[in-house]
Design a protein around this ligand. Structure first.
Ligand SMILES: [Zn+2]
Length: 394
C-alpha cells in the first residue's frame, strides 16, 4: 500500500533513505515511506527534493519506487518535498479524465478506449466521433458535478467482490482492485492520484478534436490550472491575431474569411497578368528565333523568367510556332534549365537527347523533338556546343 493512495495531498514529509544505488543515469534512492508517485497508469511521475538533492524522475522497478537523483544521498532520515503544483495539476487532470470519460459513456454510450494524461495536455480516444453538441453536453455535465463538490472516495475490492461495484470498465489488474468513486457519477479502477472532492478539479475544458485510427476520435482536455493556462495562451494568440488584422476577437472568423477572399481574388488577377506577360515574352521569343539565320538560336531567359514552369510554357508555345531549332535556358544557383527544340526528324532528335544524357550527363527528357533538361551550370557551353554540332549536321 503506497501512502499517496489514501493521502494524495501530503507533499512534505520525513522519511529514511534506506539505500542509494549507483546506476547509469545517476543514483536511485529508496525511502522507507515515500509519497512520491512513480510514472505509471498513464500518469506522470512527481518531481521534488530529498534533502538538498533534486529528484528528477521517479520510477517503479520490481515493485520498488526508485527516486532518481544526480548525487549519492547518505543513508538516514531526510526531509522530502514533492513539487506540489505539478502533483495537484496531475490530480486535477487525472480526476477530470475519469469524469469526462464517464460523461461520454453515460450520456451517449461513447467509450474511452485509451487516455493520455501528459505533463500539460491530456487526451482521450473515444470509440466514435461525438458531435460538437455532444462534446458541449459532456463538458457541461462534468463541470456541473465539479461545482456540486461531490466527495471522491477510494475503495479496495478483493477479486471476489469487484462485481458488487459498478465499474465503468473491467479492471486490468489481478488481486486487490483500487476503485475511485466519484459519488453517483463514476467508479473506475485506478492506481493514480486523484482529488478528494470534485470542486478541487476547478474546471474541465476540451481542446482539439481529431480522427485517429478507424472510428477512434482523440479529444484533448485541460483541467484546473492547466485549463486556465490554456485559456490565456489561446486568448493571447487571438488577441495578437486581432491586433495584426485590426479586428475584434469576436470578429476574427469573418475578418479572416474576408482576407482569404481578397487573397484569392488577387491571386487570380496575378495569374491572368502573368499569362499575358508570358504570352508577350513568347511573342518576342518567336521573333528572335525567326529573325536570325543561325541553325540553333540560343536565348538566355534568366532575366525575363522566374521559374522553370514558366520557361517550359514559353518554350512549348514557341516550338508550336517555328520550324527552327532553339535552346532557351536560365540558371538558378549551380543548375541550368534548358528547353530544347530540335527541329529535325524525331528519331534523330531522340538520339541527340540520348547522347546528351550519356556523354554530358544531362538529366530530363521529352518527345516530338522538344526536351526539358537540366545540367550543372558550368557545363552550359559544352551542352550548347554539342547541340550546335548536331544541329549543324542535321
Ligand atoms: Zn485515475
Amino acid at each position: 500500500m503506497r501512502p499517496y493512495y489514501d493521502d494524495p495531498y501530503t507533499t512534505e514529509f520525513k522519511a529514511n533513505v534506506t539505500e542509494c544505488i549507483s546506476r547509469e543515469d545517476g543514483f536511485a534512492a529508496l525511502l522507507d515511506n515515500s509519497y512520491f508517485y512513480p510514472t505509471s497508469g498513464g500518469q506522470e511521475h512527481d518531481i521534488g527534493f530529498i534533502g538538498q538533492e533534486e529528484v528528477a524522475d521517479v520510477i517503479e522497478e520490481e515493485g520498488r519506487v526508485l527516486h532518481i537523483v544526480t548525487r549519492k544521498i547518505p543513508i538516514g532520515e531526510a526531509e522530502c518535498r514533492i513539487d506540489r503544483k505539478r502533483r495537484v495539476g496531475n490530480m486535477q487532470q487525472h480526476t477530470g479524465q475519469h469524469m469526462l470519460s464517464a460523461a461520454f459513456d453515460s450520456l451517449f454510450g461513447i467509450e474511452t478506449v485509451s487516455s493520455r494524461l501528459g505533463e500539460y495536455i491530456g487526451s482521450i480516444d473515444l470509440s466514435r466521433q461525438p458531435t460538437e453538441a455532444e462534446i458541449s453536453q459532456a463538458v457541461e455535465a462534468v463541470n456541473m458535478v465539479i461545482r456540486e463538490n461531490r466527495p471522491i472516495t477510494v475503495h479496495y475490492a478483493e477479486p471476489g467482490d469487484v462485481g458488487s461495484f459498478h465499474l465503468r470498465k473491467p479492471p486490468k489488474v489481478d488481486g486487490t482492485v483500487r476503485i475511485i468513486d466519484v459519488k453517483d457519477f463514476d467508479m473506475s479502477a485506478c492506481g493514480g492520484t486523484h482529488c478528494t472532492h470534485t470542486s478541487e478539479i476547478g474546471v474541465v475544458l476540451t481542446g482539439n478534436v481529431e480522427k485517429v485510427k478507424g472510428a477512434l476520435t482523440r479529444i484533448e482536455f485541460f483541467c484546473g490550472e492547466r485549463a486556465i493556462r490554456r485559456y490565456y495562451e489561446m486568448f493571447r494568440s487571438a488577441h495578437e491575431s486581432s491586433r495584426l488584422i485590426s479586428a475584434g476577437i469576436d470578429d476574427l472568423p469573418v475578418a479572416v474569411q474576408k482576407i482569404k477572399t481578397q487573397i484569392q481574388e488577387r491571386d487570380s488577377r496575378i495569374k491572368d497578368l502573368s499569362g499575358k506577360i508570358l504570352e508577350s515574352i513568347c511573342e518576342r521569343a518567336v521573333q528572335r528565333v525567326e529573325g536570325t539565320d543561325e541553325s540553333l538560336v540560343v536565348v538566355d531567359l534568366s532575366s525575363e523568367i522566374e521559374n522553370t514552369e514558366d520557361m517550359r510554357f514559353v518554350g512549348s508555345c514557341v516550338s508550336k510556332r517555328t520550324k527552327k531549332s532553339f535552346a532557351f535556358h536560365r540558371t538558378e544557383g549551380n543548375i541550368s534549365y534548358m528547353n530544347l527544340n530540335l527541329a529535325f526528324e524525331e528519331s534523330l532528335a531522340t538520339s541527340v537527347m540520348s547522347a546528351l544524357r550519356s556523354e554530358l550527363g544531362v538529366k530530363g527528357g521529352g518527345r516530338g523533338g522538344y526536351f526539358s533538361i537540366t545540367f550543372e551550370a558550368s557545363e552550359k557551353e559544352k551542352v550548347v556546343e554539342f547541340v550546335r554540332s548536331k544541329v549543324g549536321n542535321g
